[in-house]
Design a protein around this ligand. Structure first.
Ligand code: EPU
Length: 416
């Protein structure tokens, strides 16, 4: 099993090219199930989760070609509507095939995802919404079995804001009979990216980017070409890395307009940030100041950045309060950071971080994707060597992170 060995204390200087967003690419790949024509996708990141999704879609009969970074999907021969347990258990985002399969083929069988490291993460809202659209859904032997002759437009109000839930409903409603209104819809930029692709495929969607999406179903969707948006979480992760290690880096091929909260918090921590539409430069020459925050849905502070900012708070001047409101168990990195010398206490959904003068490298274990990234950041700032085990979590969602970090002067290597 691969590990990452980091020798901390080196500043980061230079340029980093940001990849396409994982959480936009995954639903967008599933949209390939909605049409018999070609979907031509650029800026698809090279990640384990993308490979897993492509494997699942191929099993369903989708034709996939990859050339010069362009992924072309063709769904003319899709003939298998099942997402088996062995795939779903490795990637929860597999639930995103449910809406499109049901909408185009009238049937889908998707394994129930089960819990994961960051929380119980039920999919009850996905089921409730599709039932409202007329789907008959049974749960049997660990599988969601959904059937519908043709989905019907409906009003769906979810109990909480759900990102992949909104994406499943968008894809289902695009081919449904009549009008679907999604109230309490997720506004994450990745949802907007999917909606824009669906419009390019012929879907009729109003309210894109808002929490009320109105979809007029059409009989068929056609092919389209689309460029996946930049990964705002990868971007913000690199910004936290330079904030913790010091230096001067420019992130390219990214978007500053979808990162307002993270950039504000970094400025509060003392980072000098300048940006243009597709680049962000971060300069840091001092010890960071502690920043408190509370995770919420977009446009609030992203839960996917909670662990990385906490790594920064560990070495900051002052005390910070970090409250996680989206997932009930997303503090698994805390014990590992404390092993590096951090002073963090957990009280329910809040972590109190007492900044220390320095962290000292140690062997640590990655527990989930964003926790892995936070340990990399802590390792870059720590004195001596940090060895991070179980980095397959990192490979699921970051495109060649250690290569990009080495390119700007970090001492980081993958060890087999
Ligand atoms: N929830 C339910 N029932 C549902 C759906 C959600 O109770 O049917 C709860 C969840 O358990 C959670 C909250 O609602 O407490 C929000 O979950 P959401 O459905 O929004 O999360 P998700 O769609 O499963 C996506 C991202 C996550 C990101 C969250 C929140 C993808 C593929 N995944 O997950 O990304 O943390 O939204 O922004 O888009 C990551 O990239 O590291 C990651 C975990």
């Amino acid at each position: 099993m691969d590990k990452l060995l980091i020798t901390g204390g080196y500043r980061l200087n230079g340029d980093v090219i940001i990849s396409g967003a994982k959480n936009a690419a995954l639903p967008i790949l599933c949209a390939g199930l909605l049409t018999a024509d070609d979907l031509v996708l650029s800026n698809v990141p090279s990640l384990q989760d993308v490979s897993t999704m492509l494997k699942l879609l191929r099993q369903m009969g989708l034709a996939v070609t990859q050339e010069n970074g362009i992924v072309t999907l063709n769904g003319a021969a899709v003939n298998n509507w099942e997402a088996p347990y062995d795939m779903v258990k490795t990637m929860r985002a597999s639930i995103l095939v449910l809406g499109p399969l049901l909408a185009r083929f009238g049937e889908a069988k998707v394994s129930l995802p089960g819990g994961c490291a960051i929380g119980s993460r039920p999919v009850d809202q996905h089921i409730k919404g599709l039932q409202a659209m007329g789907a008959e859904i049974t749960i049997e032997a660990g599988y969601i079995h959904a059937k519908a002759k043709r989905l019907k437009g409906a009003k769906i109000v979810t109990d909480m804001i759900t990102v992949t839930g909104t994406e499943n409903f968008l894809m289902a409603a695009a081919l449904a009979d009549g009008e679907t209104v999604l109230e309490n819809a997720a506004r994450e930029p990745e949802v907007t990216d999917l909606a824009n692709l669906l419009v390019a495929m012929g879907a009729k969607i109003q309210g894109i980017g808002t929490d009320r999406l109105v979809i007029q179903g059409v009989d068929r969707l056609h092919g389209a070409a689309h460029t996946v948006i930049a990964d705002r979480i990868e971007t913000a992760t690199f910004l936290c890395a330079v904030a913790a290690a010091g230096g001067d880096i420019t992130l390219k091929n990214t978007r500053s307009d979808i990162l307002d909260v993270a950039m504000d918090k970094l400025r509060e921590a003392g980072v000098i940030i300048t940006s243009g539409p597709d680049w962000i430069r971060a300069q840091m020459g001092a010890r960071p100041k502690a920043v408190s925050f509370r995770t919420t849905e977009y446009p609030g502070f992203p839960t996917d950045m909670q662990a990385q900012f906490m790594a920064l708070d560990c070495i900051a001047q002052g005390v910070s309060k970090v409250t996680e409101t989206i997932f009930e168990n997303r503090f698994m990195h805390v014990q590992e950071m404390n092993r590096l010398g951090a002073h963090i206490e957990i009280d329910g959904h809040t972590a109190i971080v007492n900044g220390v003068d320095k962290l000292v490298g140690a062997p640590v274990m990655a527990t989930d994707l964003r926790a892995s990234a936070s340990l990399v950041i802590a390792g870059l700032a720590a004195e001596g060597e940090t060895l991070i085990d179980r980095i397959y979590h990192l490979d699921r969602g970051y495109d060649k992170m250690e290569v990009k970090l080495s390119g700007v002067g970090a001492h980081i290597q993958r060890v087999k």
